[in-house]
Design a protein around this ligand. Structure first.
Ligand SMILES: NC(=O)N[C@@H](O)C(=O)O
Length: 177
């Protein structure tokens, strides 16, 4: 399940922008480059489409209520989901999302993005990731695929082989610079 990779690299915590996040997924809530469609605006409310969520073929979309509380700067393991997108919307505070691309995490693709309350991210299938917080515990809304969650719990809680996800060992750390 875990493929070792030796790598040390300092990752600055970057501001979240649609263009810089594009290799890893979509920024939810970012102002679109073009017109807001489909969208609605009235005196009392605005709404617009920010993303069409894709769980992969045969997937059942699922919301999770997730709490993150790891504030360590060392990054030793990244996780990837093979079939589904995965969206994270921080509700109670900023999160730091560490991401990478590649069949195994490509060191050149390692990034750390600040995701503030008011924005969210939707990671592509195959986006390696882990999450940190800079203060106390942060509660997030997550959209994922029901079978991926079941598969992941089976692996983490019962040491069953994971089919829809994988882990990779990495050696990197985030910096405030
Ligand atoms: N539930 C779940 O899939 N969690 C992980 O992917 C994670 O990044 O938190």
């Amino acid at each position: 399940m875990t493929d070792a990779i030796a790598f040390t690299h300092l990752l600055p915590m970057l501001p979240l922008h649609a263009q810089s996040f594009a290799p890893y997924g979509t920024v939810l809530g970012a102002p679109p480059a073009g017109p807001l469609v489909p969208a609605f605006h009235s005196v009392g409310t605005d709404f617009w489409q920010t993303h069409v969520f894709n769980t992969g073929v045969g997937g059942e979309p699922e919301f999770l209520w997730v709490r993150y509380r790891d504030h360590s700067v060392a990054i030793g393991v990244l996780e990837v989901h093979h079939l589904t997108e995965q969206a994270i919307v921080p509700l109670t505070g900023e999160i730091i999302q560490i991401v990478a691309t590649g069949d195994t995490p490509d060191p050149a693709s390692f990034r750390a993005f600040r995701v503030p309350v008011g924005l969210g991210i939707c990671m592509r299938p195959g986006c390696w990731h882990t999450t940190r917080v800079t203060g106390g515990e942060v509660t997030c809304l997550m959209a994922t695929r029901r079978s991926t969650t079941t598969d992941l719990i089976g692996h983490f809680s019962h040491a069953l082989p994971a089919a829809e996800s994988a882990l990779a060992s990495v050696r990197t750390r985030i910096t405030c610079a």
